[in-house]
Write a new protein. Structure first.
Length: 227
């Protein structure tokens, strides 16, 4: 992702003022002094530290790492108290964010059709550390929020009709595929998003970074895309 983001940013005329790798992961806020905005795609165990360093440097930060949301309330409060800027998303692809909205609308429509059961299936490359993916969780939460007979999502499968099951697969060289499947005894209804490469995620992250400069607060891709 870092390489894709760098390529797209340079192609749009931006400069890369500082790059973080495993070799300089212990960077300080002072290292960000020449930066206008940071884009963070790292790992769940370092993302909180990276966010706080950007807050210390008064640098807006776009966060694409997932798996840290247990700390979201604390980070959100810290962001507002310190008058900082954070834009987070489980997926920065424009197409995926449109898919999120389609998923919510379909869930609303299915409230009248109790004979359909729903599940979410996601497939990613074997290097992806978290399962289910953050995107799959966002999809499942969209269903829970809009399909009245569902109370929560779970990883794997069970027979509880109040649950939305998320099934995860890890296969080499799969950028990301997400499927929402409604099944009945008569037919199936599916909507899906298939990423052909990582450029969509990277271009969305750069777009988000461009949008975030000069703003204060907490934002998502819904704000960027005015969805």
């Amino acid at each position: 992702m870092g390489k894709e983001i760098e390529s797209i940013a340079l192609g749009k005329g931006h400069e890369i003022s500082f790059k973080v790798t495993s070799a300089n992961a212990g960077f300080s806020a002072a290292d960000l002094k020449d930066s206008d905005v940071a884009i963070e795609f790292s790992k769940p165990d370092v993302v909180i530290s990276n966010i706080e360093k950007c807050f210390d440097a008064n640098i807006p930060i776009v966060v694409g790492t997932t798996g840290w949301y247990d700390d979201f309330t604390r980070i959100r409060e810290n962001c507002f108290v310190r008058k900082q800027s954070l834009l987070y998303a489980t997926n920065f692809s424009v197409g995926v964010n449109i898919f999120f909205e389609l998923n919510k609308r379909l869930a609303e429509m299915m409230n009248k059709h109790w004979d359909y059961e729903v599940e979410v299936e996601e497939t990613h490359h074997t290097q992806k550390l978290d399962a289910p993916s953050g995107t799959a969780i966002t999809i499942a939460e969209g269903i829970v929020e809009n399909l009245e007979r569902k109370e929560k999502w779970i990883k794997g499968t069970d027979e509880d009709p109040a649950h939305v099951n998320i099934i995860s697969h890890r296969i080499d060289n799969i950028p990301g595929t997400h499927v929402v499947r409604y099944q009945s005894a008569i037919d199936d209804i599916e909507i899906s998003h298939v990423a052909h490469n990582r450029k969509g995620f990277a271009s969305g992250a750069v777009l988000a970074a461009e949008w975030l400069v000069g703003k204060k607060g907490i934002f998502t891709m819904r704000d960027v895309l005015d969805l």
